[in-house]
Write a protein that binds this ligand. Structure first.
Ligand code: SF4
Ligand code: SF4
Length: 312
């Protein structure tokens, strides 16, 4: 992966919750965080990988095609259920198991694109964007493949495409700022204001993230910035955390926040990767709590949007 080659795990046309208007969202592979509630755990590593759906698998009916097709003997069966030894799959480019699986229980995740090919793909959607839409780079974490993303944002902008990014801002300041130069609209995730709690739930501290947000605003960056917070009951919806966020926003000069109630839509993907989903017992705060948070931020003279019904 370099300026001209990027690994992408999905491209979605007609996205209406990833920035202004109708957009095409490019989901970049690779992430520096490992949030316990992640809805896209298949994005964590910037490489091709195999997703396995037990529901589709016909091993119980006697199918063994993938076991025979794997050159590394990474697939085994116990009590008529397929198991993939993920360590043996590392850096496998053969992916012969996927080709062998006729029921599509095995699926490839991650595709290499050249910058030219991606631009061509994006241009196909141009008619659907209208005057307000454009392209959003999401992930995973787009800053992991920053050379490629910076190049793409620059090329999009140079032909008049509106650019947006959804990022954790977890990158060295010079990398972050270099990418943001080419961005018109940004969502930056702030998952927790407490350093230790942030580290506990995401695998990294929040120092770099908060510093990058401050520096971005201080630099006079002309784009629109909205902070995004996944709201999880008992994890980050407490008064202390919300007060700290409002204070940070006021001091940093950020005035818009989007609270996204937690959902479990990513749970099946954890299973397909053979991982245990840590957020099984978690839930979103109830509507009364969400309304009280909205009122709280509004009283702090901050624009607060709850959920995905937003003006962007
Ligand atoms: S990805 Fe490669 S090593 Fe892993 S099961 Fe498939 S063929 Fe075997
Ligand atoms: S080839 Fe597909 S359907 Fe057959 S056992 Fe393997 S995963 Fe299951």
């Amino acid at each position: 992966m370099d300026t001209n080659h990027g690994m992408i795990f999905d491209i979605q046309s007609h996205s209406i919750h990833d920035g202004p208007g109708s957009r095409t969202t490019v989901f970049m592979s690779g992430c520096s965080l490992s949030c316990q509630w992640c809805a896209n755990p298949e994005s964590w590593q910037a490489r091709e990988k195999v997703l396995f759906s037990e529901l589709r698998c016909e091993a119980k009916q006697g199918c063994r095609r993938c076991i025979e097709a794997c050159p590394r003997r990474a697939i085994s069966i116990a009590e008529r259920v397929i198991a993939i030894n993920r360590a043996d799959c590392q850096s496998c480019h053969a992916l012969t198991c996927i080709e062998a699986c006729l029921s599509r229980a095995l699926k490839k995740c991650g595709e290499y694109y050249t910058a030219d090919a991606l631009l061509q793909r994006l241009q196909h959607d141009r008619d659907f964007w209208g005057s307000t839409g454009g392209v959003t780079f999401s992930g995973g974490e787009p800053l992991v493949q920053h050379h490629f993303v910076e190049n793409m944002l620059h090329r999009c902008r140079s032909i008049g495409i509106h650019t947006a990014i959804e990022t954790t801002a977890y990158a060295r300041e010079e990398i972050f700022m270099a990418v943001m130069r080419h961005v018109d609209f940004a969502f930056i995730d702030v998952k927790h204001m407490d350093y230790q709690a942030h580290h506990h739930y995401t695998g990294v501290g929040n120092g770099l993230i908060l510093n990058n947000i401050r520096e971005l605003v201080k630099s006079g960056w002309p784009g629109r910035l909205v902070l995004r917070v996944p709201i999880i009951a008992g994890v980050n919806d407490g008064d202390k955390n919300m007060r700290a966020l409002a204070t940070f926003m006021e001091h940093a000069g950020v005035y818009e926040v989007n609270l996204l109630p937690f959902h479990r839509l990513g749970e099946s993907k954890w299973q397909q990767l053979g991982k245990i989903y840590p957020a099984r017992e978690w839930h979103a705060p109830d509507t009364t709590k969400l309304s009280s948070l909205e009122t709280f931020f509004t009283q702090q003279r901050l624009l607060c949007y709850v959920g995905s019904d937003t003006p962007f």
